[in-house]
Design a protein around this ligand. Structure first.
Ligand code: SF4
Ligand code: SF4
Length: 438
Protein backbone atom coordinates (compact mmCIF):
# COMPACT_ATOMS: atom_id res chain seq x y z
CA UNK A 1 0.00 0.00 0.00
CA UNK A 2 1.36 3.51 -0.85
CA UNK A 3 2.31 5.66 2.14
CA UNK A 4 0.64 8.87 0.92
CA UNK A 5 -2.90 7.60 1.48
CA UNK A 6 -5.41 10.27 2.59
CA UNK A 7 -8.97 10.33 3.84
CA UNK A 8 -11.61 12.73 5.21
CA UNK A 9 -11.51 14.03 8.75
CA UNK A 10 -14.71 13.16 10.52
CA UNK A 11 -16.88 10.03 10.86
CA UNK A 12 -17.41 7.43 8.16
CA UNK A 13 -17.91 3.67 8.21
CA UNK A 14 -16.45 0.53 6.64
CA UNK A 15 -19.16 -1.65 5.09
CA UNK A 16 -17.94 -4.89 3.49
CA UNK A 17 -17.33 -3.88 -0.12
CA UNK A 18 -18.16 -7.13 -1.97
CA UNK A 19 -16.66 -5.69 -5.14
CA UNK A 20 -14.85 -8.95 -5.88
CA UNK A 21 -18.09 -10.23 -7.45
CA UNK A 22 -17.63 -8.07 -10.57
CA UNK A 23 -14.37 -6.11 -10.32
CA UNK A 24 -12.25 -8.53 -12.35
CA UNK A 25 -14.69 -8.85 -15.24
CA UNK A 26 -14.09 -6.81 -18.40
CA UNK A 27 -17.00 -4.67 -19.60
CA UNK A 28 -19.41 -6.63 -21.82
CA UNK A 29 -21.71 -5.07 -24.43
CA UNK A 30 -25.40 -5.92 -24.16
CA UNK A 31 -26.94 -6.96 -27.51
CA UNK A 32 -29.43 -4.21 -28.47
CA UNK A 33 -32.78 -4.99 -26.79
CA UNK A 34 -36.01 -5.26 -28.85
CA UNK A 35 -37.52 -2.34 -26.95
CA UNK A 36 -36.23 0.46 -24.70
CA UNK A 37 -38.07 2.85 -22.38
CA UNK A 38 -36.42 6.27 -22.38
CA UNK A 39 -37.71 8.67 -19.76
CA UNK A 40 -37.69 12.44 -20.14
CA UNK A 41 -36.45 12.78 -16.57
CA UNK A 42 -32.91 11.41 -16.84
CA UNK A 43 -31.39 14.12 -14.70
CA UNK A 44 -31.77 16.34 -11.67
CA UNK A 45 -34.07 19.29 -12.36
CA UNK A 46 -37.01 19.78 -14.69
CA UNK A 47 -37.91 16.93 -17.09
CA UNK A 48 -36.98 17.45 -20.74
CA UNK A 49 -39.69 18.58 -23.18
CA UNK A 50 -40.71 15.87 -25.66
CA UNK A 51 -39.67 16.53 -29.28
CA UNK A 52 -41.21 13.41 -30.80
CA UNK A 53 -44.64 11.83 -31.02
CA UNK A 54 -46.06 8.32 -31.24
CA UNK A 55 -45.25 6.77 -34.63
CA UNK A 56 -42.14 8.91 -35.26
CA UNK A 57 -39.01 7.17 -36.46
CA UNK A 58 -35.82 7.91 -34.51
CA UNK A 59 -32.14 7.38 -35.21
CA UNK A 60 -29.50 6.46 -32.62
CA UNK A 61 -28.12 9.69 -31.13
CA UNK A 62 -31.04 11.84 -32.35
CA UNK A 63 -32.35 14.40 -29.87
CA UNK A 64 -35.81 13.35 -28.62
CA UNK A 65 -36.15 15.63 -25.59
CA UNK A 66 -34.88 19.14 -24.92
CA UNK A 67 -34.03 20.94 -21.69
CA UNK A 68 -37.13 22.69 -20.38
CA UNK A 69 -35.40 25.04 -17.91
CA UNK A 70 -31.95 26.11 -16.75
CA UNK A 71 -31.52 22.96 -14.62
CA UNK A 72 -32.60 20.31 -17.11
CA UNK A 73 -30.88 18.30 -19.86
CA UNK A 74 -31.25 17.05 -23.43
CA UNK A 75 -32.30 13.44 -24.07
CA UNK A 76 -31.21 11.38 -27.12
CA UNK A 77 -32.43 8.14 -28.59
CA UNK A 78 -30.14 5.22 -27.68
CA UNK A 79 -31.36 3.15 -30.65
CA UNK A 80 -32.71 3.23 -34.21
CA UNK A 81 -36.43 2.53 -34.16
CA UNK A 82 -40.01 3.77 -33.92
CA UNK A 83 -41.79 5.40 -31.02
CA UNK A 84 -44.51 2.93 -30.11
CA UNK A 85 -45.98 4.95 -27.25
CA UNK A 86 -45.38 7.72 -24.76
CA UNK A 87 -46.42 6.57 -21.30
CA UNK A 88 -45.97 7.32 -17.62
CA UNK A 89 -43.31 5.25 -15.87
CA UNK A 90 -42.30 5.10 -12.22
CA UNK A 91 -38.55 5.07 -11.79
CA UNK A 92 -36.58 3.44 -8.96
CA UNK A 93 -36.45 6.75 -7.06
CA UNK A 94 -40.30 6.82 -7.09
CA UNK A 95 -40.37 9.67 -9.62
CA UNK A 96 -43.20 9.27 -12.10
CA UNK A 97 -42.53 10.78 -15.54
CA UNK A 98 -43.26 10.53 -19.25
CA UNK A 99 -41.17 8.08 -21.23
CA UNK A 100 -40.83 6.99 -24.85
CA UNK A 101 -41.34 3.32 -25.59
CA UNK A 102 -39.10 2.75 -28.63
CA UNK A 103 -39.37 -0.38 -30.75
CA UNK A 104 -35.89 -1.11 -32.04
CA UNK A 105 -35.20 -1.52 -35.75
CA UNK A 106 -32.53 -4.24 -35.66
CA UNK A 107 -31.93 -3.95 -39.44
CA UNK A 108 -31.11 -0.22 -39.50
CA UNK A 109 -27.46 0.60 -40.33
CA UNK A 110 -25.13 1.53 -37.45
CA UNK A 111 -24.74 5.27 -36.92
CA UNK A 112 -21.17 6.63 -37.10
CA UNK A 113 -20.24 9.55 -34.88
CA UNK A 114 -17.71 11.95 -36.40
CA UNK A 115 -14.47 12.48 -34.49
CA UNK A 116 -13.38 16.07 -33.87
CA UNK A 117 -10.28 17.63 -32.31
CA UNK A 118 -11.55 19.09 -29.05
CA UNK A 119 -8.35 21.09 -28.56
CA UNK A 120 -9.38 23.33 -31.48
CA UNK A 121 -12.62 24.33 -29.73
CA UNK A 122 -13.10 27.26 -27.38
CA UNK A 123 -14.32 26.64 -23.85
CA UNK A 124 -17.71 28.11 -24.82
CA UNK A 125 -17.97 25.66 -27.73
CA UNK A 126 -17.02 22.75 -25.47
CA UNK A 127 -19.61 23.78 -22.88
CA UNK A 128 -22.28 24.09 -25.61
CA UNK A 129 -21.40 20.57 -26.85
CA UNK A 130 -21.63 19.14 -23.32
CA UNK A 131 -25.10 20.68 -23.02
CA UNK A 132 -26.28 19.75 -26.50
CA UNK A 133 -25.20 16.11 -26.16
CA UNK A 134 -26.99 15.62 -22.85
CA UNK A 135 -24.10 14.99 -20.46
CA UNK A 136 -25.13 14.74 -16.79
CA UNK A 137 -23.31 13.55 -13.67
CA UNK A 138 -22.88 9.79 -14.02
CA UNK A 139 -22.07 9.09 -10.37
CA UNK A 140 -25.75 8.95 -9.48
CA UNK A 141 -26.64 12.59 -8.80
CA UNK A 142 -27.31 13.29 -12.54
CA UNK A 143 -26.80 17.04 -12.15
CA UNK A 144 -26.69 18.57 -15.67
CA UNK A 145 -22.95 18.83 -16.45
CA UNK A 146 -23.17 22.11 -18.39
CA UNK A 147 -24.71 23.81 -15.35
CA UNK A 148 -22.02 22.48 -13.00
CA UNK A 149 -19.25 23.52 -15.40
CA UNK A 150 -20.63 27.06 -15.93
CA UNK A 151 -18.60 29.10 -13.47
CA UNK A 152 -20.56 32.22 -12.45
CA UNK A 153 -18.91 35.65 -12.52
CA UNK A 154 -17.01 36.33 -9.32
CA UNK A 155 -16.32 32.62 -8.66
CA UNK A 156 -13.19 30.68 -9.51
CA UNK A 157 -12.63 26.93 -9.85
CA UNK A 158 -9.04 26.55 -8.77
CA UNK A 159 -9.35 22.79 -8.29
CA UNK A 160 -10.89 20.10 -10.44
CA UNK A 161 -11.28 16.99 -8.28
CA UNK A 162 -12.18 13.79 -10.10
CA UNK A 163 -14.19 11.21 -8.22
CA UNK A 164 -12.83 7.71 -8.82
CA UNK A 165 -13.73 6.65 -5.29
CA UNK A 166 -16.73 4.37 -5.86
CA UNK A 167 -17.11 3.79 -2.12
CA UNK A 168 -20.56 2.15 -2.25
CA UNK A 169 -20.36 -1.64 -1.78
CA UNK A 170 -20.74 -3.86 -4.89
CA UNK A 171 -20.33 -1.11 -7.53
CA UNK A 172 -17.41 -1.54 -9.94
CA UNK A 173 -18.46 0.32 -13.10
CA UNK A 174 -16.15 3.29 -12.37
CA UNK A 175 -13.33 0.88 -11.55
CA UNK A 176 -13.69 -0.84 -14.93
CA UNK A 177 -14.05 2.54 -16.67
CA UNK A 178 -10.67 3.63 -15.24
CA UNK A 179 -9.06 0.35 -16.31
CA UNK A 180 -10.59 0.01 -19.76
CA UNK A 181 -11.34 3.59 -20.84
CA UNK A 182 -8.53 5.50 -19.14
CA UNK A 183 -7.38 7.43 -22.24
CA UNK A 184 -10.90 8.79 -22.76
CA UNK A 185 -11.28 9.58 -19.05
CA UNK A 186 -8.01 11.56 -19.10
CA UNK A 187 -9.02 13.52 -22.21
CA UNK A 188 -12.41 14.21 -20.59
CA UNK A 189 -10.66 15.50 -17.47
CA UNK A 190 -8.61 17.93 -19.57
CA UNK A 191 -11.74 19.12 -21.44
CA UNK A 192 -13.49 19.89 -18.13
CA UNK A 193 -10.34 21.58 -16.79
CA UNK A 194 -10.27 23.85 -19.84
CA UNK A 195 -13.99 24.68 -19.55
CA UNK A 196 -13.82 25.62 -15.86
CA UNK A 197 -10.28 27.05 -15.94
CA UNK A 198 -8.92 24.75 -13.20
CA UNK A 199 -5.29 25.19 -12.19
CA UNK A 200 -4.86 21.96 -10.23
CA UNK A 201 -6.36 18.56 -11.05
CA UNK A 202 -6.55 15.66 -8.60
CA UNK A 203 -8.12 12.23 -9.14
CA UNK A 204 -9.14 10.54 -5.86
CA UNK A 205 -9.22 6.73 -5.92
CA UNK A 206 -9.59 4.35 -2.95
CA UNK A 207 -6.82 1.83 -2.41
CA UNK A 208 -9.03 -1.17 -3.13
CA UNK A 209 -8.44 -0.16 -6.78
CA UNK A 210 -4.63 -0.16 -6.89
CA UNK A 211 -4.68 -1.46 -10.47
CA UNK A 212 -6.72 1.59 -11.53
CA UNK A 213 -4.36 3.96 -9.67
CA UNK A 214 -1.36 2.40 -11.44
CA UNK A 215 -2.99 2.33 -14.87
CA UNK A 216 -4.30 5.88 -14.71
CA UNK A 217 -0.87 7.13 -13.60
CA UNK A 218 0.74 5.39 -16.59
CA UNK A 219 -1.79 6.85 -19.05
CA UNK A 220 -1.38 10.34 -17.55
CA UNK A 221 2.41 10.10 -17.74
CA UNK A 222 2.25 9.06 -21.39
CA UNK A 223 -0.13 11.97 -22.15
CA UNK A 224 2.14 14.59 -20.57
CA UNK A 225 -0.80 16.21 -18.72
CA UNK A 226 -0.41 17.55 -15.20
CA UNK A 227 -2.87 15.44 -13.20
CA UNK A 228 -2.26 14.07 -9.71
CA UNK A 229 -3.68 10.64 -8.84
CA UNK A 230 -4.30 10.56 -5.09
CA UNK A 231 -4.76 7.22 -3.30
CA UNK A 232 -7.44 7.36 -0.59
CA UNK A 233 -8.18 5.07 2.36
CA UNK A 234 -11.28 2.92 2.00
CA UNK A 235 -13.99 4.71 3.93
CA UNK A 236 -17.65 5.35 3.22
CA UNK A 237 -19.00 7.96 2.16
CA UNK A 238 -15.77 9.24 0.60
CA UNK A 239 -17.49 9.52 -2.78
CA UNK A 240 -19.59 12.40 -1.49
CA UNK A 241 -18.27 15.79 -2.66
CA UNK A 242 -17.85 17.08 0.90
CA UNK A 243 -15.79 14.12 2.05
CA UNK A 244 -13.81 13.87 -1.20
CA UNK A 245 -12.74 17.53 -0.98
CA UNK A 246 -11.89 17.14 2.70
CA UNK A 247 -9.67 14.17 1.77
CA UNK A 248 -8.00 15.57 -1.35
CA UNK A 249 -7.66 19.33 -0.96
CA UNK A 250 -8.10 19.48 2.84
CA UNK A 251 -10.88 22.06 2.64
CA UNK A 252 -14.30 21.78 4.25
CA UNK A 253 -17.50 22.97 2.54
CA UNK A 254 -19.45 25.10 5.04
CA UNK A 255 -23.08 24.22 5.80
CA UNK A 256 -25.40 25.18 2.94
CA UNK A 257 -22.52 25.93 0.55
CA UNK A 258 -21.25 24.22 -2.62
CA UNK A 259 -17.80 22.97 -3.73
CA UNK A 260 -17.42 26.11 -5.86
CA UNK A 261 -17.65 28.20 -2.69
CA UNK A 262 -14.27 26.72 -1.71
CA UNK A 263 -12.89 26.99 -5.26
CA UNK A 264 -13.53 23.41 -6.43
CA UNK A 265 -15.55 21.47 -8.98
CA UNK A 266 -16.01 17.72 -8.52
CA UNK A 267 -16.76 15.35 -11.39
CA UNK A 268 -17.12 11.57 -11.55
CA UNK A 269 -14.84 9.47 -13.84
CA UNK A 270 -17.87 8.24 -15.82
CA UNK A 271 -18.88 11.86 -16.46
CA UNK A 272 -15.34 12.59 -17.70
CA UNK A 273 -15.65 9.76 -20.20
CA UNK A 274 -19.08 11.03 -21.33
CA UNK A 275 -17.60 14.52 -21.78
CA UNK A 276 -14.80 13.02 -23.89
CA UNK A 277 -17.27 11.12 -26.08
CA UNK A 278 -19.35 14.27 -26.56
CA UNK A 279 -16.50 16.70 -27.28
CA UNK A 280 -14.09 14.41 -29.17
CA UNK A 281 -16.51 12.05 -30.93
CA UNK A 282 -19.77 14.04 -31.16
CA UNK A 283 -21.46 11.14 -29.37
CA UNK A 284 -24.44 12.01 -27.15
CA UNK A 285 -24.89 10.33 -23.77
CA UNK A 286 -27.27 7.48 -24.58
CA UNK A 287 -25.55 4.45 -23.03
CA UNK A 288 -23.72 3.64 -19.82
CA UNK A 289 -21.85 0.94 -17.91
CA UNK A 290 -23.94 -0.73 -15.22
CA UNK A 291 -22.66 -3.10 -12.51
CA UNK A 292 -25.16 -5.95 -12.55
CA UNK A 293 -24.16 -7.76 -9.41
CA UNK A 294 -25.08 -9.04 -5.93
CA UNK A 295 -25.17 -12.50 -4.35
CA UNK A 296 -28.39 -13.41 -6.18
CA UNK A 297 -26.96 -12.88 -9.69
CA UNK A 298 -25.55 -15.92 -11.45
CA UNK A 299 -22.73 -14.15 -13.34
CA UNK A 300 -22.13 -10.64 -11.98
CA UNK A 301 -20.79 -8.34 -14.74
CA UNK A 302 -20.27 -4.78 -15.84
CA UNK A 303 -22.47 -4.24 -18.85
CA UNK A 304 -22.48 -1.44 -21.43
CA UNK A 305 -26.19 -0.96 -22.16
CA UNK A 306 -28.43 1.57 -23.93
CA UNK A 307 -30.23 3.97 -21.57
CA UNK A 308 -33.79 2.67 -21.34
CA UNK A 309 -32.85 -1.02 -21.12
CA UNK A 310 -35.19 -2.84 -18.74
CA UNK A 311 -33.35 -4.19 -15.70
CA UNK A 312 -34.86 -7.65 -16.34
CA UNK A 313 -32.89 -7.82 -19.62
CA UNK A 314 -29.65 -6.93 -17.85
CA UNK A 315 -30.29 -9.60 -15.24
CA UNK A 316 -31.05 -12.19 -17.97
CA UNK A 317 -27.79 -11.21 -19.73
CA UNK A 318 -26.00 -12.04 -16.48
CA UNK A 319 -27.53 -15.52 -16.26
CA UNK A 320 -30.58 -14.62 -14.15
CA UNK A 321 -30.98 -15.16 -10.41
CA UNK A 322 -29.39 -17.92 -8.37
CA UNK A 323 -32.19 -17.40 -5.83
CA UNK A 324 -35.02 -14.90 -5.37
CA UNK A 325 -33.48 -11.61 -4.12
CA UNK A 326 -35.04 -9.77 -1.16
CA UNK A 327 -34.45 -6.55 -3.03
CA UNK A 328 -32.97 -5.18 -6.23
CA UNK A 329 -31.26 -1.85 -5.69
CA UNK A 330 -30.60 0.92 -8.21
CA UNK A 331 -27.12 2.28 -7.43
CA UNK A 332 -25.31 1.17 -4.28
CA UNK A 333 -26.99 -0.46 -1.27
CA UNK A 334 -26.13 2.39 1.14
CA UNK A 335 -27.89 5.19 -0.76
CA UNK A 336 -29.70 3.45 -3.61
CA UNK A 337 -33.43 2.98 -4.20
CA UNK A 338 -35.27 -0.31 -4.68
CA UNK A 339 -36.59 -1.18 -8.12
CA UNK A 340 -40.32 -1.92 -8.21
CA UNK A 341 -40.20 -4.42 -11.05
CA UNK A 342 -38.03 -5.91 -13.75
CA UNK A 343 -39.59 -3.69 -16.43
CA UNK A 344 -38.08 -0.52 -14.91
CA UNK A 345 -35.55 1.03 -17.34
CA UNK A 346 -32.02 2.14 -16.48
CA UNK A 347 -31.31 5.88 -16.51
CA UNK A 348 -28.19 7.97 -17.16
CA UNK A 349 -27.47 7.77 -13.42
CA UNK A 350 -27.98 4.01 -12.92
CA UNK A 351 -24.53 2.85 -11.84
CA UNK A 352 -25.69 -0.52 -10.54
CA UNK A 353 -28.46 -3.10 -10.47
CA UNK A 354 -27.73 -4.98 -7.25
CA UNK A 355 -29.72 -8.10 -6.31
CA UNK A 356 -29.26 -8.96 -2.67
CA UNK A 357 -30.54 -11.10 0.18
CA UNK A 358 -31.01 -9.29 3.47
CA UNK A 359 -29.12 -11.35 6.02
CA UNK A 360 -30.36 -11.58 9.60
CA UNK A 361 -33.10 -8.97 9.65
CA UNK A 362 -32.85 -7.81 13.26
CA UNK A 363 -35.84 -6.25 15.04
CA UNK A 364 -35.76 -2.56 15.91
CA UNK A 365 -35.26 -1.79 19.60
CA UNK A 366 -35.15 1.44 21.62
CA UNK A 367 -32.25 3.87 21.31
CA UNK A 368 -29.64 3.04 23.96
CA UNK A 369 -27.86 6.40 23.63
CA UNK A 370 -24.60 4.70 22.67
CA UNK A 371 -23.52 7.63 20.49
CA UNK A 372 -22.24 5.40 17.68
CA UNK A 373 -24.36 7.27 15.13
CA UNK A 374 -22.77 10.58 16.21
CA UNK A 375 -19.28 9.15 15.75
CA UNK A 376 -20.18 7.77 12.32
CA UNK A 377 -21.77 10.92 10.87
CA UNK A 378 -19.31 12.48 8.39
CA UNK A 379 -21.11 15.83 8.60
CA UNK A 380 -20.86 16.09 12.38
CA UNK A 381 -24.62 15.91 12.98
CA UNK A 382 -26.34 14.28 15.97
CA UNK A 383 -28.52 11.61 14.34
CA UNK A 384 -29.92 10.51 17.70
CA UNK A 385 -31.25 14.02 18.42
CA UNK A 386 -32.59 14.37 14.89
CA UNK A 387 -34.44 11.09 15.35
CA UNK A 388 -35.91 12.04 18.73
CA UNK A 389 -37.13 15.42 17.55
CA UNK A 390 -38.64 14.18 14.28
CA UNK A 391 -40.34 11.34 16.14
CA UNK A 392 -42.25 13.78 18.35
CA UNK A 393 -43.03 16.15 15.47
CA UNK A 394 -40.50 18.80 16.54
CA UNK A 395 -39.47 19.48 12.94
CA UNK A 396 -38.40 23.09 13.62
CA UNK A 397 -36.03 21.87 16.31
CA UNK A 398 -34.58 19.20 13.98
CA UNK A 399 -34.21 21.83 11.28
CA UNK A 400 -32.83 24.78 13.21
CA UNK A 401 -30.98 23.30 16.15
CA UNK A 402 -29.80 19.99 14.68
CA UNK A 403 -29.31 21.06 11.00
CA UNK A 404 -31.55 18.41 9.46
CA UNK A 405 -31.06 19.80 5.95
CA UNK A 406 -27.30 19.17 6.14
CA UNK A 407 -27.97 15.42 6.33
CA UNK A 408 -26.74 13.74 3.12
CA UNK A 409 -28.80 10.61 3.76
CA UNK A 410 -25.59 8.61 3.47
CA UNK A 411 -26.79 5.92 5.87
CA UNK A 412 -23.58 5.75 7.95
CA UNK A 413 -25.54 6.34 11.18
CA UNK A 414 -28.10 3.62 10.42
CA UNK A 415 -25.29 1.25 9.43
CA UNK A 416 -23.71 1.37 12.91
CA UNK A 417 -26.90 1.67 15.00
CA UNK A 418 -27.15 -1.40 17.29
CA UNK A 419 -30.85 -0.69 17.83
CA UNK A 420 -31.52 -0.97 14.05
CA UNK A 421 -33.47 2.28 14.06
CA UNK A 422 -34.49 3.40 10.54
CA UNK A 423 -32.64 6.69 10.90
CA UNK A 424 -32.35 7.68 7.23
CA UNK A 425 -36.00 6.89 6.58
CA UNK A 426 -36.89 9.11 9.56
CA UNK A 427 -34.68 11.95 8.29
CA UNK A 428 -36.21 11.81 4.79
CA UNK A 429 -39.66 11.96 6.39
CA UNK A 430 -38.55 14.82 8.67
CA UNK A 431 -37.27 16.84 5.71
CA UNK A 432 -40.52 16.32 3.84
CA UNK A 433 -42.57 17.45 6.86
CA UNK A 434 -40.31 20.45 7.50
CA UNK A 435 -40.65 21.55 3.84
CA UNK A 436 -44.42 21.11 3.99
CA UNK A 437 -44.62 23.20 7.15
CA UNK A 438 -42.56 25.94 5.53
S1 SF4 B 1 -27.52 9.83 7.08
FE1 SF4 B 1 -27.36 11.99 7.69
S2 SF4 B 1 -27.26 11.96 9.91
FE2 SF4 B 1 -26.82 9.87 9.18
S3 SF4 B 1 -24.61 9.78 9.04
FE3 SF4 B 1 -25.33 10.37 7.02
S4 SF4 B 1 -25.31 12.61 7.03
FE4 SF4 B 1 -25.14 11.95 9.17
S1 SF4 C 1 -26.53 4.51 17.25
FE1 SF4 C 1 -28.71 4.01 17.48
S2 SF4 C 1 -28.87 3.35 19.59
FE2 SF4 C 1 -26.91 4.39 19.44
S3 SF4 C 1 -27.39 6.56 19.99
FE3 SF4 C 1 -27.57 6.40 17.78
S4 SF4 C 1 -29.75 6.02 17.43
FE4 SF4 C 1 -29.35 5.52 19.57
Amino acid sequence: MPNDVLTFKRGGVHPEDRKYLSSKKAIEILPTPKEVIVSLSQHLGAPAKALKAKGDKVVKGEKIGTASSFISAEVHSPVNGTIKAIKKVTLANSVSCDAYVIEVDQEAPEVDFVKTEWKNKTKEELLATIKDLGVVGMGGATFPAHVKFSIPKGKEAEYLVINGVECEPYLTSDHRTMLERAEGVVEGIMIIARVIGAKKIIVGIEVNKMDAIKHLREVIEASGYQIQVQPLKMKYPQGDEKQLLSATIKKEIPSGKLPLDIGAVVSNVGTCFAVYEACAKNKPLFERIVSVTGECIKEPKNVLAPIGTKIGELIDFCGGFTEEPDKIVSGGPMMGFSFYDLETPIQKGTSGVISIKIENIAPQTACISCGKCVQACPIGLMPTMLYRNINVGAYDMALNKYSLMDCKECGSCAFVCPAHIPLVHTFKFGKKMARRKK
